[in-house]
Design a protein around this ligand. Structure first.
Ligand SMILES: Cc1ncc(COP(=O)(O)O)c(C=O)c1O
Length: 369
């Protein structure tokens, strides 16, 4: 059975490793192994001593214990360590869905969330984020109207890529209550959790609120370590976890030993790493806001409530043509709307990288010329 193109990756495959000024990355600034070990207060010897045999399929128990410690209602045996975060989406959709099931997906959606659900279930209804004057909004009554007896799963992603949307704790609880009332599974992608800027602080994890939730998280975005390919699912329901592990035997069998070792180091230095990345995002947004104000006819800026990215309105006939030209003439990379499955009059900006100021300067020179 065919699957839709993974548009974001197809676009980045053209430019990511030959375009110097990344202005749309969703991951935060990364670091070397040496720097990571130093932040964790460890030398490099531990890594050198790692054995490269097979590892436990569900993940190293010490890593699972460290992951579970961040939640109130998650035990180490409810954590499934993956070989990459995106693998978790594949495994969860394969496990939860059958052809004919109905799925509601928060839209726009990271490609794998929508495309995998559609691939397995065949039917997906978009729960649409809509632009408001000062941000993005979600209609929770809309969701209630969309649910029917075939609805098996609701897929959300908070903080949201690409809009930076974050529900209030009350809104999030109402979503959980709705799922619980109807016995609907919730797949909650929490890859950007920890990057909340508002006074309410970090949104509670669905893992602590609902026993029929599957939570995806990992170290690629908030911690800026996508090269580790470290991610995990939190699954309280035992039969679902067992069924998912069976799928995992067909994909990667077990996590990579060096990754598990380094992931433990990253979690132990987590507070420092996340604080650093949040500060960088704030600084870069503070540069971006006056930039958008200087070009009011071109951009419509809706500040993100959380996360490392924002979806910015771009007043051009084709964001795709525009972004190709921008990348090819100035080496500045934005992600056009058409590659996020939305109107091609938006672009994604990413605020988590050190090179943001330089990239913005190059972009402004392009605009002035
Ligand atoms: C919302 C969301 N979920 C999952 C992933 C997958 O993370 P990774 O690429 O590290 O596997 C991404 C990556 O962009 C993402 O934005």
């Amino acid at each position: 059975m065919r699957i839709a193109p993974f548009a974001t990756e197809h676009y980045y495959a053209l430019y990511e490793f030959n375009t110097p000024h990344m202005l749309s990355s969703s991951d935060c600034e990364t670091m070397s192994i040496s720097e990571l070990m130093a932040l964790a207060g460890l030398g490099l010897d531990g890594l050198g001593g790692q054995r490269l045999g097979y590892t436990e399929s569900q993940g190293n128990p010490d890593l699972r214990t460290a992951v579970a410690a961040a939640y109130d209602h998650i035990a180490p045996e409810q954590v499934v360590v993956l070989t990459s975060p995106v693998e978790g989406i594949y495994l969860a959709m394969r496990t939860l869905l059958e052809p004919g099931d109905e799925v509601i997906v928060l839209t726009p959606a990271y490609d794998a969330l929508k495309n995998m659900a559609e691939h397995v279930a065949g039917r997906v209804q978009p729960w649409q984020l809509t632009p408001a004057a000062d941000g993005w909004q979600l209609d929770f009554d809309d969701l209630e109207r969309m649910i029917n007896d075939q609805t098996k799963l609701i897929i959300v992603n908070f903080p949201h890529n690409p809009t930076g949307y974050l529900p209030t704790p009350d809104e999030f609880q109402s979503l959980i209550d709705l799922c619980a009332r109807r016995g609907i599974w919730l797949f909650c992608d929490e890859m950007y959790r920890g990057l909340e800027f508002g006074e309410a602080g970090i949104l509670p994890s669905a893992a602590d609120l609902y026993d029929r939730a599957i939570i995806l998280t990992g170290l690629s975005k908030t911690h800026g370590l996508p090269g580790l390919r470290a991610g995990w699912l939190l699954i309280r329901d035992e039969p679902t976890r067992r069924a998912l592990l069976n799928w995992k035997f067909y994909t990667t069998i077990c996590p990579a030993a060096p990754t598990e070792f380094l992931a433990m180091a990253a979690l132990s230095a987590g507070e420092t790493i996340v604080a650093r990345n949040k500060a960088l995002i704030r600084d870069n947004i503070a540069l971006a806001e006056p930039f958008f104000r200087r070009w009011p006819d071109l951009f419509t800026w809706r500040p993100p409530r959380a996360g490392s990215v924002a979806l910015v309105g771009l007043n051009v006939p084709s964001a795709t043509d525009y972004c190709h030209d921008l990348a090819q003439t100035t080496g500045v990379l934005l992600l056009p709307g058409a590659f996020m499955g939305i109107e091609d009059r938006y672009v994604r900006f990413g605020f988590g990288r050190n090179g943001f100021a330089t990239a913005l300067t190059h972009y402004e020179t392009y605009l002035e010329e």
